[in-house]
Design a protein around this ligand. Structure first.
Ligand SMILES: [Zn+2]
Ligand SMILES: [Zn+2]
Length: 258
């Protein structure tokens, strides 16, 4: 910095400047920490586990939202760091919590206290572990399988191959489809994925067929009556044949008769 340069806002000299502003003035102008006005946290009412993206974690956590629940909502300026944040619940109904986070923030060496209001909806849903314990309720199964005929693919290799496919499928699946997935079971011939709703299971099975080249067979079996209607469980058998071995891909070149 050349001698005599000064902050264009406060006129201070002898401070590092970025685009003409000292860090104190820049800190006042930037949004250092923000949060969306509304968020949602899904909690298992039985064990307290949280659903984070496509999996569940932290079983045993209470119903009170803590810093770990709320941290993902914070939008932090790339040059800012949060030294500490204390959350205070200002209002609570059964399903909605209003909170204020008070954050001690450092931005280019300047310190600021920032208040972040946030409203969080608490969604109660049984985690797969508790669903499993409480009677294994499901309406549909997606079966992930390999080749239909005899195959010398060993079960661990097959399951690991199918597991990779499943990860790709889930990545493209809508969040509401994934939410209907309750638990999975490991079998010698592949995986069974149990769903608490049929439409999401069908949507995922079709995604596997259309975008990932699987074959798909659907079958239904009657398992009871509810409110005067037959209730069916639906099975979607999704097969991923083993890709041909060897480095060569694509069809053989045409042979020329001499
Ligand atoms: Zn300044
Ligand atoms: Zn649970």
């Amino acid at each position: 910095m050349a001698d005599g340069e000064f902050c264009v806002v406060c006129g201070a000299t002898g401070r590092p400047l970025v685009e003409g502003l000292c860090s104190e003035c820049a800190a006042d102008r930037e949004v250092l920490v923000a949060a969306p006005r509304h968020g949602a946290v899904t909690i298992c009412p039985h064990c307290g586990a949280r659903e984070v993206r496509a999996h569940w974690e932290r079983a045993g956590t209470g119903r009170v939202l803590d810093a770990e629940d709320l941290a993902p909502f914070l939008e932090i300026h790339p040059e800012a760091g949060i030294r500490q944040i204390d959350w205070e619940e200002t209002e609570a109904t059964a399903n909605v919590r209003k909170l204020v986070g008070r954050a001690a923030v450092v931005f280019r060496g300047a310190r600021r206290d920032v208040e972040v209001p946030l409203t969080v909806r608490v969604v109660s849903r049984s985690c797969p572990e508790c669903s499993r314990k409480s009677g294994r309720y499901y309406t549909a199964i997606v079966q992930l399988r390999g080749d239909a005929g005899r195959s010398n693919e060993r079960p661990p290799a097959l399951r690991s191959r199918l597991d990779g496919r499943w990860t790709e499928i889930l990545r493209d699946a809508r969040p509401e489809w994934r939410r209907a997935l309750s638990w999975r079971e490991e079998l010698p011939e592949g995986w069974d994925f149990y769903f608490t709703e049929t439409l999401p299971a069908r949507a995922i099975a079709r995604l596997a067929k259309q975008r990932f080249g699987a074959s798909l067979k659907e079958s239904a079996s009657l398992f009871g009556r509810k409110d005067g209607h037959d209730v069916y469980r639906v099975t979607f058998c999704v097969r991923f044949p083993r890709p041909p071995a060897g480095p060569r891909a694509g069809p053989d070149p045409p042979t020329v008769e001499q």
